[in-house]
Design a protein around this ligand. Structure first.
Ligand SMILES: C[S@@+](CC[C@H](N)C(=O)[O-])C[C@H]1O[C@@H](n2cnc3c(N)ncnc32)[C@H](O)[C@@H]1O
Length: 475
């Protein structure tokens, strides 16, 4: 049996690894211990998840409370969650753990209360009985949890349902917030008509490094896979993007007019706007691509040129933003510049399918997550409809579907990554940090929206990014 001192030492060890100062963690730990009747198991479970979540939630609330001058330090009057409403999708499978309406206080249960919910398909409508709901909506609905004094929290332990290398929690106050409804997917998936031809036969010998072994970054001469990035790998041996490569990508994103664009003979986007009389292509930026080693390569899975395909490794959390942007994503650890955070995952749709989806969508149903995969449009031939693709994470996607937009100076950048297909009408879209990002900062990327393009098939939102360079000038 470990002593209390030893347990506390281990807890601080875990929080220090996230850069959290002991003096700020101490009152949170004390309060949680009181709340959990000194049940250390609840604090230690899942790598101190309850402690870390409570810390960040309190920090955020404290900032807000300081502004309102209502609540002081982490004292009795703070909003430390008296009832943590853990929503673990896995728990749903066990009938012995209670029904969707069962809300027990930690005092009653001897552990954080469980507000059960269906799988990783979440609710996003206040009235989920309305049309357009998936099957899961027919299941008993989650009831708002009322707590006498303190604002209760939604805490979903792992929105990924175990599909990622790391758990990703969701934290938000129960109130007017709508829980998102979608199916978590680790990888892109074809919706229906998209043409994505993956076959080893299409990977030419000169497009892979079958002669390599081990880690391609450990040898002095870059292998064939580095050709795409000018004979140098895009990654350093530490797994971050090389400064030069990142700088070039940022410069293109921030100053598209100073960089090359290609123009389609027959632009799929213009075709969508007006099928019979499409306007001339407005141009697509020639983007820098990363090419990762893959199956036909001789290196191993730990090769330094396989970063995106290994998946998420950062500690992330979905949280409710305070600026009117809805849910957002923050990092729970410091991230050095050039770190891979996650891929933007969604259904692979043709542009026509996306257009039709938008037409079919009811007034309430916003399709707010499409990203056009146009990084190579116009560079070769006229794209067939089934080759003009986009990713839509409205119904199926990963954590990136929660990352909000920030004009110009976002802390993430999207970079096209070629993994299993040599042709570039399909590629992965990976998000990397543009600078050092501190633990608890919100992660944002510039969606590249032209807020003045009233003809764009996807209507832009009113931007609340608060960047000094916000492009939504109407605001
Ligand atoms: C990819 S989603 C991001 C997650 C979203 N906030 C949510 O709650 O699901 C994009 C949507 O988030 C909202 N959003 C993202 N960035 C925003 C910003 N800077 N200002 C206002 N709304 C924003 C818009 O509604 C947009 O359509």
């Amino acid at each position: 049996m470990m002593s209390v001192r030893e347990r506390a030492r281990k807890a601080f060890h875990a929080t220090r690894a996230l850069g959290l100062p002991d003096q700020e963690v101490t009152p949170v730990l004390e309060h949680l211990l009181k709340l959990f009747n000194n049940n250390w198991d609840l604090i230690e479970s899942e790598d101190y998840r309850a402690l870390i979540d409570a810390y960040f939630e309190l920090k955020e609330n404290k900032g807000e409370d300081d502004r309102k001058n209502v609540v002081g330090d982490y004292g009795e009057s703070s909003r430390l969650p008296k009832r943590l409403c853990l929503q673990d999708p896995e728990d749903q499978a066990s009938p012995t753990k209670g029904s969707a309406r069962q809300i027990l206080s930690p005092e009653e249960l001897g552990k954080p209360s469980v507000n059960l919910q269906q799988g990783a398909t979440f609710l996003n409508k206040k009235d989920s009985s309305s049309s357009g709901c998936s099957n899961s909506c027919k299941k008993p609905q989650q009831q708002p949890v009322t707590c006498e004094k303190n604002r209760p929290l939604h805490i979903i332990n792992d929105i990924t349902k175990g599909t990622e290398n790391v758990k990703i929690s969701l934290v938000g106050e129960i109130g007017n917030q709508e829980l998102p409804k979608f199916t978590y997917m680790r990888d892109n998936i074809i919706y229906q008509d998209a043409y994505v031809h993956i076959s080893l036969a299409r990977v030419a010998d000169e497009d892979c490094c079958s002669g390599c072994s081990g880690d391609c970054l450990s040898v002095s001469i870059p292998c064939a896979c580095a050709h795409e990035t000018g004979g140098e790998f895009a990654y350093t041996t530490d797994g971050q993007l090389r400064d030069k490569f990142l700088k070039a990508c940022i410069s293109m994103k921030q100053d598209p007019e100073g960089h090359d664009s290609v123009y389609c003979q027959d632009c799929p986007l213009e075709r969508l706007k007006n099928e019979y009389k499409p306007e001339k292509c407005k141009g697509h930026l020639v983007r820098k691509f990363i090419k990762e080693c893959w199956r036909k390569c001789g290196c191993n899975m730990q090769c330094g040129n396989r970063v995106v395909q290994r998946g998420i490794t950062c500690k992330l959390q979905v949280f409710w933003t305070r600026e009117g942007k809805g849910w957002g994503v923050k990092t729970l650890q410091d991230l050095p510049k050039g770190t891979f955070v996650c891929e933007y995952v969604g259904e692979i749709l043709t542009n026509t399918e996306l257009f039709e989806r938008n037409l079919k969508g009811s007034g309430n149903e916003k399709h707010t997550y499409p990203v056009t995969l146009d990084a190579d449009w116009g560079s070769e031939r006229v794209l067939k409809d089934e080759e003009a693709l986009c990713l839509d994470a409205t119904f199926c996607g990963n954590v990136a579907r929660f990352i909000n937009h920030r004009c110009f100076d976002a802390n993430l950048i999207d970079i096209p990554v070629e993994v299993e297909t040599p042709d570039r009408h399909y590629y992965h879209l990976a998000l990397f940090t543009t600078r050092d990002v501190r633990a608890s900062e919100e992660l944002t990327w510039d969606y590249g929206i032209d807020f003045n393009d009233d003809e764009h098939p996807i209507k832009a939102f009113k931007c609340c990014c608060r960047s000094a360079f916000c492009r939504d000038v109407k605001r």
